[in-house]
Design a protein around this ligand. Sequence first.
Ligand SMILES: [Zn+2]
Length: 280
Amino acid sequence: MHTCPDESLLRGGNQGGTADLPPLGWAGDFCLMRRARPGGASEARMTELIYHTDSYLREFEAQVLESGPAGVVLDRTAFYPGGGGQPCDLGYLEAADRTWPVSGVRKENAVVVHSCGDNPPAAGVRVRGRLDWDRRYALMRVHTALHVLCGVIWRDYAAHVTGGHMDVLRARMDFEFENMHQDLVREIEARANREVETAREVRVRLLPREEALAIPDLIRTKINLLPEGLREIRVVEIVGLDLQADGGTHLANTREVGVIRIADYKSKGRINKRLEIVLQ
Ligand SMILES: [Zn+2]
């Protein structure tokens, strides 16, 4: 979500380098976009990103397109490759009587590469992918929890997010929040948990760029600074609370977040403040 752009989508694209990229931070949530023109011989390979449309799929069938020590490229995958502050998934690939642990996943242009050790499944093999679901689901809970927090802090305090990082069941988020102080922390925590208990639906949509740009709430994520070549923008909405351009995996409803505890508060300067959250 909020920190690191999905550099793999930006690097080596069809046009432009990184010179016109917006700064890292909240605005850097690019893992969500699709390049307008994926054409060109070197970009003929593509992995269908199942996690973009179904974040609850934990097992799937796929074919190995390419294989080598650097990793395995599949024609489709539910493994999230990491990006936008959300770590990658882990899990297994299986075929017949063999199992390969997936120890890392990354995105390289239009494909997702799965690290499967020295003897990965060969090109052409049909495999079954199986996510480490406990890890993934915990990351979904923490990612949606951060959006709840951002939504509350924007709505009630008009503070922007400048960065963030997620881990399994814990995360930190930085805000431009000059008036933040320790006494506010419990109030923010209570308000965030109230939104969780409200059981708000979370919707994911792919919108044409122009349509996304016309949504006033999205302006604060500075998506208008995105490279011109991005035609579609993935939008994650916590209905009634928060709307963001986002490429990560999310819960279907805020009630699945559970209880948010703000475990730490740090002032990183006059304006920049950091909150750390923990989920049970
Ligand atoms: Zn996010």
